[in-house]
Design a protein around this ligand. Sequence first.
Ligand code: DP6
Length: 402
Amino acid sequence: MPENNMDKPKIVTCTAPVNIAVIKYWGKRNEELILPINSSLSVTLHQDQLKTTTTVATSRSFQEDRIWLNGKEEDITHPRLQSCLREIRRLARKRRNDGDPSLDSTGLSHKVHICSVNNFPTAAGLASSAAGFACLVYTLARVFGVEGELSGIARQGSGSACRSMYGGFVQWIMGEKEDGKDSLAQQVEPQTHWPELRILVVVASAERKPVGSTSGMQTSVQTSCLLKHRAQSVVPERMVEMIDAVRRKDFPAFAELTMKDSNQFHATCLDTYPPIFYLSSVSHQVISLVHRYNKHYGETRVAYTFDAGPNAVIFTLEQHVPEFVQAVQHFFPPDTNGEDFIKGLPVSHAALSEELKRGIGLEPMAKGINYIISTKAGPGPCVVEDPTQHLLLSDGLPKKTM
Ligand code: DP6
């Protein structure tokens, strides 16, 4: 091969989704390997609305591994990044040693340049680490020709990242082994399974930066006996019920389990010593709004769930979206005239009846919510074939536009 061709970098770009847990992961039994104390289940959100894009380049001419996140060079020595890089390289080497003839092994010793961006603001408070690590692992695997089970590697970047390796409805089975080999994600149903299901990410105006999930769950494991009870006696049964509700597309059952699990997760945060508060007064008002809305109709039409922050994620069916969004807008009058309030999938206008407003009967909370992202369940990580979408140029440096 001519010299200049050998120096030409190999470049791959992929995208990966955000996921939202309806049975929460909270607490590790092994910090290093990121092994959880309970199984969890999530819905993968559609990448048309929320995604991470990652480009990985390898070249003989690169001097060192480097990474740029959202336009800024970051420290590649971060232990979790190193775990993912090490594991992918180990698998690639194993494949080569096992004699896979299709494997181009020349790049195995090459350094990598990684560049990653989110198409959603960090301020949206969505766990960007899940999409970020899923995308990193998926893209590295493509570059190094590694195939097969990758969720166990994504898990070592961030626990919830293992669930972003699949689309649709995904469970993370906690596993039993000390080495974590059986702590993996598995698709329960694909994203096409429940096409009427809709998801609204309700971005609350945050007053402060909450405690991070990694340190929060550490303190919970050390101090909360409610968390122990939850992991041992509540979640195992709930996982079975949740999988059943998803399979049967039973919205009321799915919704009730989702809300109860979110509430129990936040109860374990309160049971943590010193306590952790993720929900704000806006979150509490969203919870009241959902329960009053459901009560008004005498059936469970809407559900909420909250992660380690004040933003609500709402689940409902397509037919209820316009009215519920209108209700949110009524009880949280936005700053703007509503123009930029709804992002993502279009939401048609609905009128709110006086009866419903009276039935809900909450005091409106002005500017409590910044905006809503309307989305649905979506696919897992994808390869971007169009080379113009690469985030790194052929010299291995990020494009200037970022
Ligand atoms: C509340 O996956 O961010 O979102 O494994 O330490 O990186 P680490 O934690 P992370 O925790 C997510 C916690 C959660 C619930 C969930 O997604 O299941």
